[in-house]
Design a protein around this ligand. Sequence first.
Ligand SMILES: [Zn+2]
Length: 116
Amino acid sequence: MPEMEEDIIRHYYCSICNETHEVKLSNNLSKAHSRFPFPYIFLHGDLRNILTTLYIDNNFEIRSTDVYKLTDEDLFSKTQVIMITSTLIEEIERLREENMKLTDKLKTLNKRFKEE
Ligand SMILES: [Zn+2]
């Protein structure tokens, strides 16, 4: 029975806009992570200047939220840069590992295919 890979809709309260926003999460998002909750970072707002970090658990529930408004004069603080960079590095490392695993699987499958 094929399952529809639909986006998951969640809501979070944003203290900067002072309202509840809707966020669409890809169904594949949790499969891509092994540690929970994981940080999900994006920009929102009309000017895309609100840095948003949602901490999402394996049931796609938002455990906590960090919002930070970026202004023109306001460059990222050192702590933010470290936080964002380390998250991205972790993500790259995870993708690299996943890529290696998939490459191995593909090799095995190709080998099996040739043997048959
Ligand atoms: Zn907002």
